[in-house]
Design a protein around this ligand. Structure first.
Ligand code: SF4
Ligand code: SF4
Length: 357
């Protein structure tokens, strides 16, 4: 008897249709038009004439089981038992009659979940995992988001920005943060400190050497043990060596700062997607409220709100007025660290798989 091939065990994302509101399932891909009756509410009308209302509320993303139960109870009692999360951790409840919208909003607000985040508002901030799930963060991510959204509450529940504003945060300098109108990212300012006693036991030295984008790491013998050394004149403090080699500690309460970047977007509506650019560096990583970061973000939002034309995304606005005018209006200091044209990157960045010593 021939051996039976082992069948794969499905462990990916489950089929989303089984969790969808029946009206969404029935009309999938057949929507005629939609509008927004008020901030936080989307109204969709299908080609068949069937209608649904989606009520969007903000959450703190990292939720305990009691909060999740509370949200599920609200869905069962005041919506129709269906919820979904957006990738910015907004929760959406779907109902099939207009009469259910106002009572649902009242219950959500009573329970402390603000309704908004649609259209030209500052929607929830998309953020990375922080200390809860990742082994390399230099700051918390959900904490920065919570403290900032507390201050931007009015901009979440209203739609009074020139266009939508998407903010992102990233708790290290190299990995999972995304492009945003405003991005708040960790910025290391000192090269890694190496614990030579541990390197030989923990790190695969050739992989760590290959990981450095500017070829600043070399193998070395220290106190008779195999270790690594960093050429600090080349090191640009990116932190890429730290994940594969934890003894190359780069996180530091004083020297790991926060930086703010402006003008990125993923959408290709009207203009192409853009990369955000550095506008403020060296802000203190100051939990639990990160007030210095909050002040800069609020200043940028205020100037954008006052100066941009209707429907200009933040990057499009800066592109029109020019970066020098942006720094004038926001009163942020412009330094040589902001000049970033990447000419010469081909010579200085490690863009091949070769290991260089
Ligand atoms: S941004 Fe970096 S530190 Fe934060 S969760 Fe992603 S990989 Fe981890
Ligand atoms: S990987 Fe980054 S932090 Fe590590 S030595 Fe190279 S440039 Fe410096």
């Amino acid at each position: 008897m021939s051996a039976q091939p082992r069948m794969p065990i499905e462990s990916g994302v489950p089929d989303a249709f089984q969790y969808m509101h029946p009206a969404l399932r029935r009309n999938y891909g057949q929507w005629a038009w939609h509008d927004r009756p008020r901030p936080g509410v989307l109204h969709h009308v299908a080609e068949t004439g069937e209608e649904v209302w989606t009520v969007r509320a903000g959450t703190q993303r990292q939720m305990d089981v009691y909060t999740i139960r509370k949200l599920c109870d609200i869905a069962d009692q005041h919506a129709e038992g269906y919820v979904r999360f957006t990738n910015r951790s907004n929760i959406e409840f779907i109902v099939s009659s207009a009469g259910k919208v106002d009572p649902l909003i009242a219950v959500l607000e009573e329970a402390g979940f603000p309704v908004g985040g649609t259209g030209n508002s500052v929607s929830m901030i998309s953020h990375t995992q922080g200390f809860l799930h990742c082994d390399i963060p230099a700051t918390d991510a959900s904490g920065v988001v919570k403290s900032l959204m507390d201050e931007l509450y009015e901009e979440y529940i209203n739609e009074r920005m020139p266009n939508r504003v998407r903010i992102t945060t990233s708790c290290c300098q190299i990995n999972c943060g995304g492009q945003g109108d405003i991005a708040i990212n960790i910025q290391h300012t000192k090269p890694p400190r190496i614990n030579h006693d541990l390197v030989g036991n923990i790190c695969e030295r050739p992989s760590v050497v290959a990981r450095c984008p500017v070829a600043a790491i070399r193998p070395a013998m220290v106190n008779g043990k195999p270790s690594l050394e960093v050429d600090e004149r080349k090191c640009m403090c990116c932190g890429a060596c730290y994940p594969p080699c934890p003894p190359m500690q780069i996180n530091d309460p004083e020297n790991s700062k926060l930086a703010i970047w402006v003008g990125g977007k993923n959408s290709n509506a009207r203009t192409k997607p853009t990369l955000h650019k550095l506008v403020a560096a060296g802000l203190p990583n100051n939990p639990p409220r990160w007030p210095e970061v909050g002040a800069v973000v609020k200043k940028i939002l205020k100037v954008y709100q006052e100066d941009a034309r209707d429907w200009e995304r933040m990057g499009e606005w800066v592109e029109r007025i020019g970066w020098s005018r942006f720094f004038e209006l926001t009163e942020l200091p412009f330094t040589r660290y902001h000049i970033d044209n990447w000419r010469g990157a081909r010579q200085t960045l490690n863009s091949s798989t070769h290991i260089r010593f």
